[in-house]
Ligand binder design. Structure first.
Ligand code: GDD
Length: 423
């Protein structure tokens, strides 16, 4: 069997809820548990037998960070990886149709399609087994999971035939409750899916023939969810495969902390060597911690649970870090304390300073709980409780408290802050 994977990485206008972290690096490359978000996708697909190629589709200008990621992942996973750039945002299915010849080259039997902004213990082999047992001519299997009624309204919602798991009804982000089975943004597709994509593409062209190109959306835009899944429901061509394993979206910085915790937990099974262990002359480790080999951590520091320390970070005496991600080159000076926070690239935190956020994880003990996609502001304009995010190259002085705040890059702070966005 020959397989490919397409990862939809979006572009610079996407990922705005992830600012200021996405100002420095494309969101799909933001490191979670020590590796870029899409590294975890590529790793999962490389383990499926027959996987020949991974194609990233997006509308970022090609850039050094993306090139470095591709080179490194190709070497590590011994698999071909390419980036194909859309000339404009073509929607969640327009890019696939645009690059159909490249996707179909070599006649793959099936291809996985993955949103970049999700994380999880992706059951790809199980989806393949499920899909190949469905009737010939099935177009697509959607990975689905259970959400609460409230959460479901911000996802694609699926009503299924409980015996066959055929999708009977599909509504994208409904206004009122439809179903607690939600679309995880991970699909297994047959090449026959290009049939309905072509029909939709031609319909679009006809309908928009006289539109002004400068004001009308690109005539090639196709939305997988609304334009393809909605009409395919109840035709016997679309199925849902359920998972109870860890899965979540990564829309906000808070979600990155959640993803970090769960990917670290998965390392027990997949990569125990990546988890730091307690030993003489080393920092004290509590629970799951990843420390990049180049980081210098003082032996009196206490780390964990759920902590990632990036490349070339320096952590001084008595430093305490819990439920946080410390990005490459950051310096945490003696006795500072970082809880529920992200510290940006090359930022410096002064001695005895406390950086603290409020986790927005509703269900911390449930391994596959989905986090609420909290908005930055409440309806009355207040900052929602969230983790603290320190942007890149920020200087935080000694002996201050930064609580539940977001600090933009290149700031030099002079005092304490609580519930603020520091521009
Ligand atoms: N290449 C490319 N081009 N990628 C795109 C484009 C585009 O024009 N538009 C979106 N994407 C990528 C995003 O970067 C992201 O990885 C993914 O497609 C989904 O993008 P959104 O448009 O932001 O959708 P969503 O995340 O709100 O909802 C989707 O995912 C949910 C699961 O996380 C839908 O598929 C929902 O039904 C689903 O529940």
């Amino acid at each position: 069997m020959m397989l490919k994977t397409i990862i939809l990485i979006g572009g610079p206008m996407k990922g705005t809820r992830f600012r200021p972290l996405s100002l420095e690096t494309p969101k799909p490359l933001f490191p979670v548990a020590g590796f870029p978000i899409i590294h975890h996708h590529v790793e999962a697909c490389a383990q499926v037998e027959g996987m020949k190629e991974v194609i990233l589709i997006g509308f970022y200008q090609p850039n050094d960070a993306l090139n470095r990621f591709i080179t490194q992942a190709q070497q590590q996973f011994k698999i071909q990886i390419r980036y194909l750039q859309e000339y404009t945002a073509l929607g969640t299915a327009g890019g696939i149709y645009h690059f159909r010849d490249q996707i179909l080259a070599g006649n793959p039997d099936y291809f996985f399609l993955m949103n970049a902004d999700v994380c999880g213990d992706f059951p790809l082999k199980e989806m393949l087994q499920f899909h190949t047992k469905k009737p010939m001519g099935t177009y697509c299997t959607i990975l689905g999971t259970e959400a609460t009624r409230q959460q479901s309204l911000t996802y694609g919602c699926i009503v299924e035939n409980k015996d066959t798991h055929e999708v009977m009804h599909y509504v994208e982000k409904p206004e009122t409750f439809i179903s607690t089975i939600i679309n995880c943004g991970i699909y297994l597709c047959s090449p026959a899916l290009f049939g309905p994509l072509e029909v939709e593409f031609k319909k679009n062209l006809e309908q928009n023939y006289n539109c002004d190109y400068t004001t009308a959306p690109a005539k090639e835009v196709i939305r997988m969810e609304q334009d393809i899944f909605v009409p395919l429901a109840s035709t016997g061509k679309l199925y849902v495969y359920h998972t109870n394993k860890f899965w979540s979206q990564i829309k906000s910085a808070g979600a990155a902390i959640y993803a970090n915790r769960h990917y670290l937990d998965l390392y027990h099974k997949s990569h125990p060597e990546r988890l730091a262990k307690n030993s003489v002359g080393k920092p004290q480790i509590r629970g799951d911690v990843f420390i990049h080999p180049s980081a210098q951590v003082h032996e009196t520091a206490v780390l964990g649970p759920n902590v990632t320390i990036g490349k070339n970070c320096v952590l001084g005496e008595g430093v305490r870090v819990r439920d946080s991600v410390i990005l490459e080159g950051a310096v945490l000076q003696d006795h500072c304390c970082v809880l529920d926070s992200i510290i940006g690239w090359n930022s410096q935190i002064g001695v005895w300073t406390r950086i603290e956020g409020t986790p927005n994880d509703p269900n911390p003990n449930k391994p596959f709980a989905k986090i609420e996609t909290t908005q930055t502001f409440t309806n009355d304009g207040k900052l929602n409780p969230s983790i603290t995010v320190i942007g890149s190259d920020v200087q935080v002085p000694s002996e201050v408290i930064i609580l539940n705040s977001i600090v933009l890059p290149n700031k030099e702070l002079s005092g304490c802050y609580k519930n603020q966005i520091i521009l």
